[in-house]
Write a protein that binds this ligand. Structure first.
Ligand SMILES: *Cc1c(COP(=O)(O)O)cnc(C)c1O
Length: 377
């Protein structure tokens, strides 16, 4: 029975939904009519706009945030025999790319407060074989850049920031991407800024942009006389002008998206009943872009039953992420349960609540009312 029989059931509230305006849809139509729909002028304009956000640093657009990570590792000189240190609590792409370039993923546990990689344990895990650090800004909360780069400098290591979730976030007033070594963004449909599928890589000053471009597209080097050569193995990682037109349209709203997400997160903090026993994420409203809002259920809760009950209330709930070291592929490499207790604890209890710019304040209240009904005994 409906709990409020006088009203029609509300539509399902998803965990996220992209906001695409009519101007952007029209711009995609223009690209389709232009006769040039793969990488071209729109990609160049998108790269220039991204570079402006990243303090003028060089940026190259890719067709995914996985491709940017893989190419960044290759440009950083990472390959067989090298170790790359990362976190088990992330989307599996982060670790898959380490395997893809033939290197060894070395995982260390998370800091239970930030849920990002524990920098003390990271430094302790460095060996003579360590070549690069691959930290992740989970839910858009930046890893402490001061401590991270102090460690990288001390041990002369390259850093590939997996900033897939932190586009629009900042570190002490500086936009993520405007500082640091390699910075990798994703523009997947669920990210704060989307091109459907896509990504961008911010490059450090010592990296040859031509090599980056060849790694992006089949290693091809074109000469002015129309001939070509291939001197390095490249992937098929270029972004289309169709996608870039979406990205350019999205960029006009970046600040508004981030501000709206912060306002919605603030409302969650105010409206979630403390008596429910949820563990809330760190209340950071200056650095974090609130890519996700993720409370932890009380220890021992039946998360599957919770998700099903919220679905009955018309509320979508996500799980980001099951710790990746427990996936079969990684168990096969020797990882095992119990190895990263903090990541395993968060991974077992985390739930992602709906949060996207088009949500209303009333939607947040609706989620919170459903939480109270679902979690109260
Ligand atoms: C989304 C994501 C990626 C991969 O990005 P794609 O564009 O989907 O390839 C990598 N790392 C993290 C943390 C992500 O959230």
């Amino acid at each position: 029975m409906s709990k409020n029989p006088s009203s029609l059931p509300l539509p399902m509230l998803p965990i996220t939904r992209p906001s695409i305006d009519e101007e952007t849809i029209a711009a995609v139509g223009d690209v389709l009519r232009s006769g040039w729909i793969t990488s071209g002028p729109k990609v160049q304009a998108f790269e220039a706009a991204l570079s402006e956000i990243c303090g003028g640093r060089p940026v190259r657009a890719f067709n995914s945030g996985t491709a940017t990570l893989e190419v960044a590792l290759r440009l950083a000189g990472v390959g067989p025999g090298d170790e790359v240190i990362s976190t088990p609590l992330t989307w599996v792409a982060t670790a898959n790319v380490i395997l893809e370039v033939g290197a060894t993923p070395v995982l260390v546990d998370i800091d239970p407060l930030t849920r990002n990689i524990d920098l003390e344990q990271l430094e302790a895990a460095i060996t003579p074989r360590t070549r690069a650090l691959l930290p992740v800004d989970l839910a858009g909360l930046p890893v402490d850049r001061d401590r991270l780069y102090a460690i990288a400098k001390r041990h002369r290591l390259r850093v590939v920031e997996d900033a897939a979730q932190s586009f629009g976030a900042s570190w002490k007033g500086q936009a993520i991407g405007s500082i640091g070594d390699f910075v990798s963004f994703s523009f997947h449909a669920n990210k704060n800024l989307t091109t459907g599928e896509g990504g961008a890589l911010v490059l450090p000053a010592d990296i040859d942009l031509g090599l980056c471009e060849r790694r992006r597209l089949q290693g091809v080097k074109r000469a002015a006389d129309g001939t070509m050569d291939v001197d390095v193995l490249g992937g098929k990682f270029n972004l289309t002008d169709l996608a870039a037109a979406v990205g350019l349209g999205q960029l006009r709203h970046l600040q508004e998206f981030t501000e709206r997400r912060r306002a919605l997160a603030r409302r969650y903090f105010a409206a979630i009943e403390p008596a429910l026993g949820l563990t809330l994420p760190p209340a950071d409203f200056s650095n974090c872009n609130w890519h996700m809002f993720q409370p932890l259920l009380p220890a021992g809760s039946d998360r599957g039953a919770f998700i099903a009950a919220m679905k009955e209330e018309g509320i979508g709930i996500g799980v980001h992420y099951p710790p990746l070291h427990l996936f079969s592929l990684y168990r096969g490499l020797g990882f095992r349960a119990g190895q990263f207790p903090q990541a395993e604890n968060v991974g077992a209890r985390t739930v992602t609540l709906p949060l996207f710019p088009a949500m209303s304040d009333g939607d947040v209240d609706r989620v919170c009312t459903a939480l109270s009904r679902t979690l109260k005994i």
